[in-house]
Design a protein around this ligand. Sequence first.
Ligand SMILES: [Zn+2]
Length: 292
Amino acid sequence: MSDYIIRGMAANNQVRFFAATTRDIVETARSISNTSPVATAALGRLLTAGALMGAQCKNDSDMLTLQIQCSGPIGGLTVTADAHCNVKGYVNNPDVIIPANDKGKLDVAKALDLGVLSVIKDIGLKEPYCGQTQLVSGEIAEDLTYYFATSEQIPTSVALGVLMNRDNTVKQAGGFIIQLMPFASDEVIDMLEKRLGEFTSITSCLDKGQTPLDIVKEIFDGYDVEVTDEIPAKWHCNCSKERYYRGVMSLGRKEIAAMVAEDKPIEVCCSFCKSKYSFSVDELKEMLAKAK
Ligand SMILES: [Zn+2]
């Protein structure tokens, strides 16, 4: 696994940045869910955003969920990440196939169409924080930029990209989040606006062999760039039979009794990693005896 995130400050602490290379995460997601190219692109962008925003978490135990509910044929996407940049995700309809857009690119916006982006942060408070915004473009990076502007009031530039090989495996994936600090000068704001306007694409930079740091340094050419952390990022699903056991138990006596009455083992499948867990009739009987 070679995915990682760098985070740091630039231009005399007026800007903070997060930049990632996430090919292995996205390729793992693709192979688990056998996603179509447009579904790989959409899920890969959201997974990359999850990894980048995981790196923004303040506490070790913080959890982040990015969820898109939409009317397009992809149906919806869910990504979760933790503060250590462990991410996992799935799309509702991994088989979605739609024509390329007028630039000949995978049409993620068309796959999503209208919808809502939710950012749910569990930072150990009684209720998780939830910010919601309408999708503005369905290209995901722009939607997150809009989320940061409206829900967190932070001027932000988000770039996310997934580049496919001819055989539809993932060639490159990555992204960055660049955020202005409240005291950023007009000079720095103008410089960033110009350079980000000229920026081509994150995956073409990665494909040229540039690292996340090379890309950040190029954007901030002539200004100081200080990396404070480099964090390995990876696909990780924390599901287990124990977790599903607790899930079934939480359904309560009545539901479990109904399962026992069916007299058949039950099988549950993890939405994220597709692992299957089964509970025998005897196990269900034991659970019923313990259930409240
Ligand atoms: Zn799982």
